[in-house]
Design a binder for this molecule. Sequence first.
Ligand code: NAI
Ligand code: MG
Length: 499
Amino acid sequence: MAISVLPKRDELKVVDGRLFIDGKWVDSSGGEMWTHVNPAANEEVGRFAIATAGDVDRAVKAARRAFDEGPWPAMKARERKAILQHLVGLLYQHKDELNELQVLDNALPISFSSMYQLSAEIAADVFDHHAGWIDKITGDTIPPYTGADIQALTFREPVGVVAAIIPWNAPIFLFAQKVAPALATGCTMVMKPSEFATLSVLRLTELLEEAGLPPGVFNLVPGPGPTTGEALITHELIDKITFTGSRAVGQHILEVSGKGIKRVSLELGGKSASLNFADAPSIDMAAMMAMGMVSMGLSGQGCVCQTRALVESSIYDDFINAAQGLTGMVTFGDPFDPEVTSGPIINPRQLEKVMGYIESGKEQGARLVTGGDRPAGDLAAGNFVNPTLFADVDNQMKIAREEIFGPVLSAIPFTDEDEAIRIANDSPYGLGAGVFTTDIKRAFRVSKALRAGTVGVNDYSIMPNTPFGGYKQSGLGREGGFGSIEAFTELKTVFIGLS
Ligand code: NAI
Ligand code: MG
């Protein structure tokens, strides 16, 4: 049966989206609209106004005023906390609706959209975690070093007006990762969601409004990256940019932010490795996790996916068999069907890119074990790609070096621990890694040797209160825990003469 998300769109009563500037919903000054296409069947499901450079300017100035003159940065901890806690309640109350909007955005199957780590529930917990910091953001008193009778103190203060740009793969969680710490520290902000996942962010913005945020503290400017996004990152009244997305746009942000020495936090991509040793607790489980990470849920469209499986030679054949077996559990279809396990590629341009990587893997001599093609029949209307496993991959091949963002796993054999570590670290990226072993000493040794922001030993998680971020070209800075408080604050030193 042909897939259609339109019945759900009607049930959710999706209306044309607008801009949210200075506490008001307004139309775009240019009158242009973006038509959102859901990738499961490439159906048009909704429209929203595109913010022009003039609209972005108005939004930034509203945020500037709210920071320089408004109550938000100076508000007492209890009041600011109450507003964020109100939002936490609203997120729980509306979690099913938000999770469904996320499916309308990016066709992440509902079974995954309602799973804790991608859902409105973790977003609520991210706000809850950061609301808890509000009354604990403190400075130091520093003892006099020598000479004069003087007391040194530090004040930790909000960094100012923040520009936040997020991608389409996890709009609800990434909204929270940026907005919660910015608001908790007393910053004001302008957010540009991805043009491929704006519906859920429009609803999140309504909930922020309902939570009682003063006008101008949070502004939303929907629109494409090269126009709306560019106007935002180059605006001279922005103090800090926080971005999640591709390495190319991250590099561009670093370049343009040099002009005003803007503060920058970047969460970019990855080419994470799992290191599968012969003493893994279960070779089958390790292989299924590796293949599952790239073929279930978002079909490999996640920055932390472990897309290089490094496998000890003695278990290599068993690992490949088990990974191939997992693909039999992959089910495509209507993303609102709870039985569906895996989603399509976000848009035709990305689909073409993924298929190009698969071609390059074949051309460069990797062994295609399974997949590499697209499902036919009713599924052909969407951007689905069959789960793809390449074996005998050389770490210098394109499919081992570049982020594919699709359902492709590259398996690479190794002979000993040193070689595994060397291959894992031989990457421009350093976001995550996995280690599968029952040897406790090896678990520590390898975790310490890996140049990656997060290492999962026999398991992996994302939590609201742990730091998350990348080494090397995977990013700059950390989100979650005290790392995000640091990322949205400046430290001021004050000397008080005592004599
Ligand atoms: P992208 O980096 O172009 O988009 C991410 C966000 O940046 C979107 O909101 C987009 O509108 C915005 N943007 C794009 N150009 C901009 C500009 N000049 N100024 C300001 N904002 C701009 O990512 P895209 O094109 O959606 O995906 C391309 C590749 O990026 C993927 O194949 C994947 O490798 C990587 N990616 C990584 C993500 C991650 O989670 N780290 C998320 C999305 C993409
Ligand atoms: Mg792009």
